[in-house]
Write a protein that binds this ligand. Structure first.
Ligand code: ADP
Ligand code: MG
Length: 523
């Protein structure tokens, strides 16, 4: 960014003058394009084999940390990508992950294929501008087709369960069956009226039979300040503090004009009295649990424990808002001014041991937050389980919010491809070629699904095209059971917003890269 900015400024002064040091590298024209396209395609290749229900997992190893995943966004995030163009794709996939949650692999694979098509077009002397415009037209046609392909009928809980299952198939979900997980995901999302931010997904290892638990409230793994407190509370009052319960350290000298050591003692005694008063206030308010983003010092924790009050210090910033919402508390900055309304509530607080650490469950039927707690597998699989269930939640949220669902398993992409070819015929000039190239590119999704299922990708595509003459078809099923049939009949459904997001993200990334014809890197 800064490089092009500098360049612009130099030009604004009159004649273009480039003053570049010896270690500045510069690649221009087709060389620059080729290098960027190659890098982009490499990123797409890296995730291609993970696509769909038959996708394989990747093992990512860095600094002794091991991540095993099938999730496109996670792979791209964990890969140490250096090439700037490759990094752009990873970023676009990352924003798809943030905004929509599912469809990152599809977005990355489609980007790679659009780049590959663009490369051929450039070889045939089609100007990048025409390619960019053609891809833009292609995007509009694709988005319109997705809208037209939205399946009729109610998006009821049955449909949502199918959406959840489609989003989670192919991920290692440990012991719980896909049906159990899908049902739990739909239950959780419906409890929060479709607001995905209000669903917390938490996974811990465990035996398969224990499956899943959906409850209003939250579970946290923070360590207690003082262990000698009850493991269970009923009808608990919870204080959420943005205030430390500690003695100020270094600033003792500034607050008191100390002339002899006796006064230091007085100052400390004064501080202790202040802390005692806080403890008394908490006791008076009937508080059972103190949850603070700041320090609760040992002395205070011990005094609280005498009153059977559990306390937690230094809660991570990103956990505080969800926690406060889960117990319906205000974040208190001054206990002395707190009123009864500021304190939160939990029907039950209970501590349970999982994976060698305690989890504290705050169950609250009226909570603004729902936790989906899943058990299954061990070690690496647990994190992947959490990601898979999060994808399920995101997909159900997308589908539940009135945007509709489309047939998955490559069927929607075949429909888009057909529409692009039809429309391309009516488009003048070189843009036509780019729209046709788009049609070709998007077929990479069903082709890859077929390939990952062990089918011959060319035969499968021929079958698919033929089947789509008479009706909707996709590449269904897993392993040797893979076949070409209507995904809607088999409950393989994707939310329309996920598919729109994939198209937008891929076109954005591909055109961004195609436009670049000059790479100047200052080492
Ligand atoms: P992404 O990161 O793009 O979501 P996934 O690995 O989750 O990648 O694969 C999504 C694709 O898999 C979608 O096209 C979806 O329709 C398809 N899919 C899901 N379940 C099935 C199934 N049972 N048979 C065939 N395709 C499926
Ligand atoms: Mg997915």
């Amino acid at each position: 960014m800064s490089q092009s900015g500098d360049r612009g400024r130099m030009r604004a002064g009159g004649q273009p003058v480039f003053v570049m040091s010896d270690d500045t590298e510069r690649t221009q024209g087709k060389d620059a394009q080729q290098a960027n396209v190659a890098a982009g395609k490499a990123v797409a290749e890296a995730v291609r084999t993970t696509l769909g229900p038959n996708g394989m997992d990747k093992m990512l190893v860095a600094d002794g940390d091991v991540v095993v995943t099938n999730d496109g966004a996670t792979i791209l995030e964990e890969m140490d990508i250096e090439h700037p163009a490759a990094d752009m794709i990873a970023e676009v996939a990352g924003s798809q992950d943030d905004e929509i949650g599912d469809g990152t692999t599809t977005a990355a694979v489609l980007t790679g294929e659009l780049l590959s098509e663009a490369e051929d077009l450039v070889e045939n002397d089609i100007h990048p501008t025409a390619i960019v415009e053609g891809f833009g037209r292609g995007r509009e046609i694709a988005l319109q087709t997705i809208d037209e392909e939205i399946l009729g009928g109610d998006v009821d809980d049955d449909v949502l369960r199918q959406v959840a299952e489609s989003a989670m198939t192919g991920k290692s979900t440990g012991g719980a069956t896909p049906e159990q997980l899908a049902a739990a995901v739909v239950e959780a999302v419906s409890l929060v009226d479709g607001d995905g931010d209000d669903v917390e997904v938490l996974a811990r290892s465990g035996r398969s039979s224990t499956a899943t638990d959906v409850f209003g409230g939250i579970a946290v793994d923070d360590e207690l300040e003082h262990e000698d407190v009850p493991r269970r509370y009923e009808d608990a009052t919870v204080a959420v503090l943005d205030q430390g319960l500690e003695q100020p350290e270094a600033n003792v000298e500034f607050e008191y004009d100390i002339t002899d050591t006796g006064q230091v003692g007085d100052a400390t005694a004064g501080e202790q009295a202040r802390l005692d008063r806080y403890v008394d206030l908490l006791v008076d308010h009937g508080v059972d649990v103190v949850y603070s983003s700041d320090e609760v010092e040992d002395y205070v924790a011990a005094r609280l424990a005498e009153h059977d009050i559990m306390s937690v210090s230094y809660v991570r910033d990103k956990e505080m808002p969800a926690f406060a919402r889960a117990v319906g508390a205000s974040r208190i900055t001054n206990i002395a001014e707190a009123t009864a309304d500021d304190f939160g509530h939990a029907d039950v607080v209970r501590r349970e041991r999982y994976d060698d650490e305690d989890l504290t469950f705050f169950e609250n039927e009226d909570a603004g937050l729902v936790t989906l707690f899943v058990r299954g597998g061990t070690g690496y699989v647990v994190d992947e389980l959490e990601r898979a269930v999060q994808d399920g939640v995101d997909a159900v949220v997308s589908a539940a919010n009135g945007d509709g669902v489309v047939a998955g398993a490559g069927a929607i992409e075949i429909a888009v491809s057909n529409a692009l070819r039809d429309e391309a015929a009516g488009i003048e000039g070189r843009q036509q070629l780019a729209v046709e190239a788009f049609a070709e590119a998007i077929e990479t999704i069903p082709r890859t699904l077929a390939q990952n299922a062990g089918m011959d990708p060319i035969d499968a595509l021929v079958d698919l095209r033929a089947a789509n003459e008479s009706g909707r078809s996709g590449v269904l099923g897993v392993g040797s059971g893979a076949r070409v049939t209507d995904p809607a009949d088999e409950g393989v459904l994707d939310p329309a917003p996920v598919k729109r997001g994939c198209v937008r993200a891929a076109v954005e990334a591909a055109t961004m890269i195609v436009r670049i014809d000059d790479v100047i890197s200052a080492n």
